[in-house]
Design a protein around this ligand. Structure first.
Ligand code: ASP
Ligand code: MG
Length: 420
């Protein structure tokens, strides 16, 4: 017998018919002898509808009250899911986040989970209940309702799995797993059977939006075995088949992980980036701080940063920001930084993108960077910036080459074939 947390997203509970299918799938797992905690999102479109409603009343909604409104979608689906389970003759009980003490900080609309009191859930499980818990919501120490940020039900599920020390957290969604890259760009992209938390974080932060990033961080921190799989398959699919479907996200030492030993796991990318360069800035202590301090104060996130070696006491300094913040960043630099530090020029390009090769195998393999750079060279793609980490090499290239770069790299690393 295993304790399993299953999370069903908005599409998976998008209609009464689908909720009934969720119940059938959950029933199948319980009948096989497992204990089930089910976390659900609101019906698809519902959270958007609630937020829009709030904005009709107050264009810039009060965050506390917005959470009161936005959290209600999940209360509907937990009740309906519990009812559907009862219709199948099973014992089921629904709880809101506050009812099971999903304690969060007070950062309305983007709260972080601090603690969950799992005792009530455990007692119900031991009494033979299927426990259905609302995703996305919690309560702060003062009793205020909070929400965890869009897509937050993934994090609710992982946090529950961690608190209950569940054997696995299964995230049922409308895609059937994590791919080597976006199949819309590379039709030969392959579903990964396994991927490590670290790789998944790199892939997710680079735009593969299968899971809320925070849920992956959480799973890595508490070592929750996490699986992403499809909820669009036949709910009566045999358990053995379903248990091995999708993509397992886990740590390197996991038995399942040892099976697949690709050096590179995927090609990630993000469009919507912009590059800014300050030329001929004096090379002395404090300069990076004087450039990026005002940027941080303006709440602009900086991604890649590159500073050249200095020649005659001067250097060039480049960094990237999200394209939406490009104009604001240029403004800050021109008004607060340029004259102050004595830079010659501030130049920028809002039409760049970032393409990355990701894989833990890089730690023990040489030649990944050279294959990457050779591939881009053969396609005539100019590399504007390079950044590396232990498990990732990222390059900035002109926007118009993004798809070409992703396709060429996917082919060069043989990602369309399963590793031997
Ligand atoms: N219902 C919430 C949202 O749409 C949470 C979730 O779906 O995970 O963002
Ligand atoms: Mg969702």
């Amino acid at each position: 017998m295993a304790l399993i947390v299953q999370k069903y997203g908005g599409t998976s509970v998008g209609s009464v018919e689908r909720i009934k299918n969720v119940a059938r799938r959950v029933a199948k797992w319980q009948r096989a002898g497992h204990q089930l905690v089910v976390v659900v999102s609101a019906m698809s479109g519902e959270t958007n509808r609630l937020i829009a409603l709030a904005k009709e009343v107050q264009p810039n909604p009060d965050p506390r009250e917005l959470d009161v409104v936005a959290s209600t979608g999940e209360q509907v689906t937990i009740g309906l899911t519990a009812m559907a389970l009862k219709e199948l003759g099973l014992k089921a009980k629904s709880y809101t986040g506050p009812q099971v003490h999903v304690l969060t900080d007070s950062a309305f609309t983007k709260a972080r989970i601090l603690e969950i009191d799992e005792r009530k859930i455990r007692a119900d499980l031991n009494d033979g209940y299927i426990v259905v818990v609302a995703g996305f919501q919690g309560v702060d120490e003062f009793g205020n309702i909070t929400t965890l940020g869009r897509g937050g039900s993934d994090t609710s599920a992982v946090a529950l799995a961690a608190a209950l020390k569940a054997d696995e957290c299964m995230i049922f969604t409308d895609v059937d797993g994590v791919y080597t890259t976006d199949p819309r760009i590379v039709p030969e992209a392959r579903r990964l059977h396994t991927v490590t938390f670290e790789e998944m974080l790199e892939m997710a932060s680079l735009g593969s939006k299968v899971l809320q990033i925070r849920s992956v961080e959480f799973a890595g921190k508490y070592n929750v075995r996490l699986r992403v799989l499809s909820s669009l398959t036949d709910p009566d699919l045999p358990i053995e088949q379903e248990a091995n479907s999708g993509t397992l996200i886990t740590y390197e030492g996991d038995k399942a992980m040892a099976m697949e030993k690709a050096v590179v796991s995927g090609i990630a990318f993000s469009r919507d980036e912009a590059k800014i360069t300050l030329t001929r800035v004096p090379d002395r202590p404090g300069i990076a701080y004087q450039i990026l301090g005002p940027i941080a104060e303006a709440n602009i996130d900086v991604d890649m940063i590159v500073q050249n070696v200095s020649v005659d006491g001067y250097t060039d300094f480049s960094f990237t920001v999200h394209r939406n913040e490009y104009a604001k960043a240029m403004d800050v630099l021109n008004s607060k930084v340029k004259a102050h530090i004595g830079a010659r020029e501030i130049v920028g390009d809002p039409r760049i993108c970032k393409v990355s090769v990701v894989g833990i195998g890089m730690r023990s393999h040489v030649g990944i960077a050279s294959l990457m750079f050779r591939t881009l060279a053969e396609e005539g793609i100019n590399i504007q910036m390079i950044a590396t980490s232990e498990i990732k090499i990222s390059v900035v290239v002109d926007d118009k080459y993004m798809e070409l770069a992703v396709r060429a790299l996917h082919r060069a690393f043989g990602l369309e074939h399963a590793p031997a």
